[in-house]
Design a protein around this ligand. Structure first.
Ligand code: GDP
Ligand code: MG
Length: 726
């Protein structure tokens, strides 16, 4: 009944495998040749507490890529024979280098046990390894300290090896990040490979195969490209990645992979190993002493964030003005040169005022993406995650959630869709769900035009400060929400994790340009499609069904009969206003006014917020359309002096200008609206990716209701408190 297990001893050359093999097998060792190859592989039998196991001493290797025959033999044995446990013998006095192979076993997913051999040497060199912490950081992989030469720790080694084998764990591959470019390629390749190997009995290691494929492992490439269909799917991805990496950082995938593995390892040892006082310090480490310092680190972070906003607003200011003036001018030109009618309204109010309002803020977004690219390429973005990780723990969040939050727009300018998807790296379902639910609180790139608009209209002297405050507020809300969720609906354990810190690098102009362009292009593509469509829909909702024929006739007659131009204008204004109020959107907005009384929002904002569910930029475009359509009405209300003689000759105001002069708005209301926009329901794209990632409608629905409620209550509280104080 007791089956015989197979253990494989694997590790770098000179880690002590043979010493351990000999100590374990004693006299029972046998030496055998592998069929077909001449590389030696020893096999033996061990008996531990009455249980037998075959043990195989594999050739020493540094990697699992097919560079040398030794590596091919070791790898083929592991993949084809699938030993029950791989005992990875590690030279503990050279931990970093040895963990490189260990990491690859973990990525493969085979049950692995780390044997920290030569622990005597490590101690002699004053290297203190916290094995328990190492084990927990690696997701509970057993870690045993041994001195192979003297046979110390071998009992425990066998104990753990048999225990691990008895659990008969399925292969569980570890996934680490290889940076945005490679991760994307891996995500594309993995399902294709999974489909291909489903039938051929390979171990379930499709991501690992994808990685080897990208690393350029010739054996894997030949195997995967054996059939033309698969090759046609895989090859373009690899080619594109190679070209892209070459263009941005002048590296091939292979060295990027190696870099990230070492990043992962050094982050691991940073947490679990103490190198004693005489340990070397590299420049990166010296910089990190300050930038990731417990107290100084967060202060630097805040200062850098503030600086980024200053730069963004300063450099975006002039171009935003140009864009706004251009669209205001364009609208005026179109209004004058076209005959009055539906087409003119569609073009002027729907497309130019709507889309133009948003595009006006694109320079701001470009500046923001540019700054983010600089932070990312220099390596500082990873430090932000590292610093915030400590904060996040307090709120019951998994450290990896930082990545989700930052890509959702943690420093403004991101998107909750990739943010929510990034939560996949969180293994524990409850932490993952928490991260998914709080990601939409961040200030994504689509909220930026809304802030830009209201800041330009009401806080033009404190732009960076307001942005800074909004960022802090979004984090506060996200963290409080996480705290609440983690202690109610999503209560659970925290799992330790490794934060990867790449070395600092001076960003190259080329790299920064390419990386920011990628983000900008994504943004523009979205704006060009969704935004244009939704702008037109919103325009239609504000235009139809139009005034009843009888009413229209009456007003037109009145206009024709008007004594003066002034009177005619005033009747036209009333007509525009009545038509808007009568339109579908107008009616919906006016109906909603009953529910937004605490904030005293008028119908236009209500409709804009409703449209913002499609995409948050729509808030700006809808306000643009609504204000453009009711412009005449505004001119009447806003000016106590007689209406200017020729409406076309005065320069048209930008949307921000119109808002600033609208008596219904105030800085306090602008602040409340920004807070509401920050918090209320995620957009449709985020909601649907939430459904996809959680597999249920329950969570997006929860988000829609919960966030909207919280957003409204908080905004209303601030508005009412402000009203009382000022
Ligand atoms: P292999 O290449 O992995 O098979 O390594 P070997 O078993 O041949 O060992 C390489 C060298 O390290 C030999 O000289 C061993 O005596 C020595 N060695 C093995 N284990 C230990 C240990 O735990 N501590 C120390 N100090 N030396 C060891
Ligand atoms: Mg050996």
């Amino acid at each position: 009944m007791s089956s015989v297990f197979t253990f494989a001893l694997a590790g770098n050359p000179n880690a002590g495998k043979t010493s351990i093999f000999n100590a374990l097998t004693g006299a029972r060792q046998g030496v055998g040749n592998y069929p077909g190859v001449t590389v030696e592989k020893k096999e033996g039998v061990i008996i531990h507490k009455g249980q037998r196991a075959n043990i195989v001493d594999l050739p020493g290797t540094y990697s699992l890529t097919a560079y040398s025959l030794d590596e091919v033999v070791a790898r083929d044995f592991i993949i084809e024979q699938r030993p029950d446990v791989v005992i990875n013998v590690i030279d503990a006095s050279n931990l970093e280098r040895n963990l490189y192979l260990a990491l690859q076993f973990m990525e493969l997913g085979i049950p692995v046990l780390l044997c920290l051999n030569m622990i005597d040497m490590a101690r002699a060199r004053n290297i203190k390894i916290d094995s328990a912490r190492l084990s927990s950081l690696l997701g509970g992989i057993p870690v045993v300290e041994t001195v192979g030469r003297r046979g110390e720790g071998l009992d425990r080694l066998l104990e753990e090896a048999f225990a691990l084998a008895r659990r008969r764990l399925p292969w569980r591959p570890l996934t680490i990040s290889y940076g945005r470019d490679l991760d994307q390629a891996l995500d594309l390749l993995t399902p294709v490979i999974a489909e291909k190997i489903k039938t051929d009995g390979s171990p379930p290691a499709s991501r690992w195969l994808a990685l080897k494929y990208l690393e350029g492992d010739q054996i894997i490439i030949n195997r995967l490209q054996a059939d033309a269909g698969t090759a046609a799917l895989l090859n373009p991805v690899r080619q594109k990645l190679c070209r892209h990496l070459q263009a941005t950082i002048e590296e091939d995938p292979e060295s990027v992979v190696a870099d990230y593995r070492y990043i992962f390892i050094s982050s691991l040892t940073r947490a679990a190993v103490n190198y004693g006082p005489q340990a070397r310090m590299e420049l990166s480490d010296k910089i990190d002493r300050v930038l990731t310092h417990r107290l100084l680190g967060p202060l630097f972070l805040l200062a850098i964030l503030y600086l980024v906003y200053q730069v963004v607003f300063l450099s975006g200011e002039a171009p935003v003005d140009w864009c706004e003036n251009f669209f205001a001018w364009l609208g005026g030109q179109a209004r004058e040169s076209m005959a009055e009618g539906l087409l003119r309204s569609l073009l002027v109010d729907g497309v130019i005022a709507g889309l133009g309002g948003v595009i006006g803020f694109v320079p701001l977004i470009i500046a923001m993406f540019f700054m983010i690219a600089i932070l990312e390429d220099s390596g500082y973005l990873a430090r932000i995650a590292y610093i915030l990780d400590r904060v996040l723990r307090i709120f019951g969040l998994h450290g990896n959630a930082v990545i989700c939050l930052i890509s959702s727009g943690g420093m403004t300018g991101g998107c909750a869709v990739p943010g929510i998807m990034a939560a996949r790296t969180l293994k524990d379902p409850k932490s993952r769900l928490t991260a998914i639910l709080i990601a939409p609180f961040m200030n994504c790139g689509a909220k930026l035009p809304v802030y830009g608009l209201l800041i330009a209209a009401f806080f033009s002297h404190h732009r960076a400060e307001v942005m800074f405050a909004l960022t802090l507020l979004s984090w506060t809300i996200a963290l409080l929400a996480a705290r609440i969720l983690r202690s109610t609906l999503l209560r659970g354990e925290k799992i330790p994790f490794v934060m990867e810190l790449p070395p600092y690098r001076c960003p190259t102009v080329r790299g920064v340009l390419i990386h920011s362009w990628e983000r900008i292009w994504e943004y523009l593509k979205r704006a060009g499609t969704i935004l244009l469509t939704v702008s037109i829909i919103m325009w239609a909702l504000m235009t139809y069904p139009g005034l009843p024929a009888a009413e229209l006739e009456r007003l037109e007659k009145a206009q024709a009969a008007a004594a003066s131009e002034e009177e005619r204008q005033s009747i036209a204004n009333r007509q525009a206003q009545a038509a808007l109020a009568h339109s579908l959107a107008g009616r919906a907005g006016i109906f909603l006014e009953n529910y937004t009384t605490w904030l005293e929002l008028d119908w236009r904002v209500n409709v804009a917020l409703l449209g913002g569910l499609a995409a948050k930029e729509v808030i700006v475009s809808t306000l643009g359309t609504a204000y453009s359509m009711s412009e005449e009405q505004w001119e009447e209300d806003g000016s106590s002096s007689p209406v200017p003689a020729a409406a076309g000759s005065e320069p048209r105001l930008s949307l921000a200008g119109r808002l600033a002069q609208d008596p219904g708005w105030s800085p306090l209301k602008a602040l409340a609206v920004m807070i509401l926009v920050m918090i209320y329901s995620p957009c449709v794209a985020s909601l649907s990716v939430m459904k996809k990632e959680t597999g249920r409608w329950r969570w997006p629905l929860f988000s829609l209701c919960f966030n909207t409620l919280i957003g409204y209550l908080l905004a209303a509280a601030i508005y009412q408190a402000g009203r009382m104080l000022f």
